[in-house]
Structures are given as C-alpha cells and as structure tokens.
Design a protein around this ligand. Structure first.
Ligand SMILES: [Cu+2]
Length: 374
C-alpha cells in the first residue's frame, strides 16, 4: 500500500511537472502562433532603378561579382516567407508599418523567455523547403534540416510542396539575452532543406527574443522606442532554386551567359540590405524621432561574400557594452544587437564598410526627425 502511495505521489508530481512545466519554460509564458507561408515572388533589388544616394543611374559594373562588366538583371524570381492571418493561408497579414523596412525578410517572430513560438508553415513553392530556427529550443520534428539523425521525423526537414508542418519552439532562458546583452536579441530562421540555394532564393527571416519580464503583450521589449531589423546579405544568384528559369526570363541570354557560355561567369550576386541596394530601401520606413531609444538587430546571410561591417553615419551605438559606429558581422550568419540614442537629426547613411560592398550598392539611409517635428 505504501509502495502504491509512493507511485501515486510520483505520478502526481510528474503530471504536475508536465502540466505546469519545470519553471524554466512556459511557467507564465504564452504560446505565440504564426501562420507562415513560403511563396514565390518576383523581387527587384533596385526597384527605383537608380542609386538614391548619388542620384546617378546604377553603375552596371557593380551589379555583378565575378564578371564585372556584364549586366545580368536586378529582378529575379525568389521565394520568401510571408505571414498569413490563419490556417487557411488565403489572407496575407499586413506587415506592421514600423516593420516595412524589413524588405525581403520573412515576418518578425517574437517571443519572451518562457513563451513558446509555434510556426504553422505552408510550403506554397514548387520545391520542398523548411523553417530552421536558431537559438530557440526544438525537438527533431521542429528542426527543419535533413540529415541522418536516427529519427523518423522527416516531414519538417523538407516540407513537400503544398503541405503544412507545425514547428514548435519553446523559448528557454538560453534563447534569451545573455548577462551582457540588451533586453532583446535577434536569431535568424531560414530554410535548411538545400540550405545554400534556399537562402540565396530568399527564404530567411528574423526572430526577436526578449528577456523574461521585459516584453509587452506582443513580446516587444519595453525599454526601446524603435526597432530595426537589418539583414546584410549577399544573394548569390547563380546558386538559387530558380537560376535556370531566372536566366531564361530576365537576361534574355541563355546562349552566352552561364558557366559554359562565351560570357560565362563563375558566380554573380547582389550584396543587399534586406534585399535592397543603392539606397532603394525605403527611407520612409527608416525613420525615428530625436531622443528615441533605438535598437538595431543585425545579421548576415550565409554565402562566402557575407563579411560585413555595418556603419552608421551621424551616431554611435552600444554593442555588448562597447561603443562603436561600425559593427562586426565578419562571417556568415552572425548576429548582433546594437542600441542607439537618436541624438542627431538628419538623413544619414547606413552602409557596409567593406569596400566592394559599399561600391556595389550595400547602402541605405535612415532619418532622425528633429524633436517637435509634426
Ligand atoms: Cu558587406
């Protein structure tokens, strides 16, 4: 009988742990559900058609790496993550106006330490793709990467065209800001089915994780007025899921462009900020007010060309308690969070300081409106 009571007590406490959690995750957190589709779109790196910073036409020699004096195109078919309102995936959820600057990125996914992020993902592209997160906790059915791992959880690795997969990502302490970091930090998510081609195709986005107790109802950090999420990403266009089609559709030159043609290339790509080049990232979405506490979330993409040094004109930032005006993304898929106080009204350049990228259009602008501006 005593033994039976013991087993009963263990069962009850086990059930309590399962129901209430261990205290580390989910004790007072919420579950945040996002409906994310992967969609094929046409993307233009230079939609305005000119260099907004110089007022000049875009220098064609800079559109291409590896074959500098050949124009290929600025517009390509790509795949992007987009947010939908519900599981019918019929209605796109409008992007919050303050996040218009995120360009080619997928929706910003948010969580506070203790929450659980659920991504109901529908692949509406023509090839299997996935959603692979960084930082958050995941089991094998929510990893989104195919390799031999001794499990039968394969649906998440490459969700077949037209199918839905539910990714579940708890947000434990170790996914949140470390002791020396600000109250919210950035983690990338991206497709990892054919990682290189998928990311070059455009399937990448950002997740913001806020320290426990420091988020509002939406998980946004309460200690800043304005947030910017910036991908410094070189999209290598001859290694995407759509390269043959893109060459056919947009270059009008399948005979001579290509690895074996007389104008053959080794590789060509576009060093862009959120998928925009030459200041084409809309300035109207890069605004803040004088006095604003501004948090910049920066990360790099995954190619050989992804060595970036994001630079702010007009301001300094704090990165891990170090004051700088040039940030260090010296390698693929690095991430950092920078805090700024907007104290210098004006229109300012924000660019990569890696010479080839700077000349190659990895430039944007931001605007600080003077206090009292209506
Ligand atoms: Cu760069």
């Amino acid at each position: 009988m005593r033994r039976l009571l013991g087993i009963l007590a263990i069962s009850v406490s086990l059930a309590a742990v399962i129901f209430f959690g261990t205290g580390a995750v989910g004790d007072r957190g919420v579950t945040r559900v996002y409906y994310v589709g992967a969609d094929e779109v046409d993307w233009d790196f230079v939609p305005i058609g000119s260099d907004v910073l110089s007022g000049n036409p875009v220098g064609q020699q800079y559109l291409v790496t590896g074959l500098r004096d050949t124009v290929i195109a600025t517009r390509f078919k790509k795949a992007v993550y987009q947010e939908y309102t519900d599981s019918t995936f019929t209605q796109l959820k409008p992007r919050p106006p303050e996040m218009e600057h995120t360009g080619i990125l997928g929706p910003i996914l948010r969580g506070e330490v203790g929450d659980t992020i659920v991504v109901v993902f529908k692949n509406q592209t023509t090839l299997p793709v996935s959603v692979h997160p960084h930082g958050v906790f995941y089991d094998k059915d929510s990893e989104g990467a195919p390799y031999i791992d001794g499990t039968d959880d394969k649906h998440d690795d490459g969700v077949p065209s037209g199918e839905i997969h539910r990714y579940v990502w708890p947000v434990p302490e170790r996914a949140g800001p470390g002791p020396n970091q600000p109250n919210s930090i950035v983690w990338p998510y991206h497709s990892h089915t054919r990682e290189v081609k998928d990311v070059n195709s455009g399937l990448i986005g950002a997740m913001i994780i806020t320290r426990d107790g420091m988020g509002d109802a939406d998980g946004k950090p309460t200690d800043v007025d304005r947030e910017f999420v910036m991908l410094f990403g070189a999209f290598i266009e001859n290694t995407t899921n759509y390269t043959p089609e893109n060459l056919r559709r947009y270059t009008g030159d399948t005979a001579t462009i290509g690895p074996n043609g007389p104008r053959g290339f080794f590789r060509f790509g576009y060093a862009a900020i959120n998928g925009f080049m030459y200041g084409n990232l809309p300035l109207s979405s890069m605004t803040m007010d004088e006095g604003d506490r501004v948090r910049w979330y920066l990360f790099s993409a995954t190619s050989f060309d992804d060595f970036h040094t994001p630079t702010w004109h007009g301001h300094t930032v704090l990165i891990n308690n170090r004051r700088v005006d040039v940030a260090d993304l010296s390698g693929p898929l690095l991430m950092l969070t920078a805090d700024m106080v907007a104290d210098n009204p004006g229109v300012w350049e924000f660019h990569c300081h890696f010479g080839e990228h700077m000349e190659g259009g990895m430039t944007a602008r931001y605007e600080v409106r003077a206090a009292g501006t209506p």
